[in-house]
Design a protein around this ligand. Structure first.
Ligand code: T46
Length: 139
């Protein structure tokens, strides 16, 4: 992936034929950090729903689409990329300093996010110009 602080994570799929499939996310094996928080995003049956629109200063996360599909827009300040996600065994690692936007949700979409720290509003950069300035000052 040609983006800083971002990668696709493919979880194992343990297929039990007619009895379904298990995917497993293990700390430091599949998830590159200790998970302190898990949250879900759902009730996305609104065509204009738009979430994210921010970057984090330090937080690391892996975002999974447990059901349905959505588009994840990513921007590391230099390169941009949109990914359509519809596979519950595929996670996207969102490291720090990565502007991300979630949109184009299917009505039945459910997202699950594993995060390296507790919720802390001061870790968010919610303005795109501030994000660009923040990156400039980090150099
Ligand atoms: C992210 C993307 C992928 C809390 O009180 N605790 C929490 O742990 C979270 C995640 C949110 N909130 C509150 C803060 C806001 O008042 O829930 C409200 C909505 O949060 P936000 O606008 O940040 O939601 P998203 O979907 O834009 O962003 C969320 C995460 O906040 C963010 O870290 O990277 O999902």
């Amino acid at each position: 992936m040609n983006l800083k602080n971002c990668e696709i994570i493919h979880l194992r799929r343990i297929e039990d034929g007619n009895d379904g499939t298990i995917s497993v996310a293990e700390e430091h094996r599949d998830i590159p950090f200790k998970t302190k928080r898990v949250y879900y995003i759902y009730d996305l049956d609104n065509a204009s729903a738009l979430r994210g629109k921010h970057a984090h200063k330090e937080l690391e996360q892996v975002i999974f689409c447990m059901h349905g599909s959505y588009t994840l827009g990513l921007d590391d300040g230099t390169n941009q990329m949109d990914i359509r996600v519809e596979d519950p065994s595929m996670g996207v690692y969102l490291g720090p300093e990565l502007w991300h936007t979630m949109y184009d949700f299917s009505d039945d979409c459910v997202l699950m996010v594993m995060a390296s720290d507790y919720y802390n509003e001061s870790d968010y950069i919610r303005n795109y110009d501030e994000f660009k300035n923040y990156l400039k000052n980090q150099k």
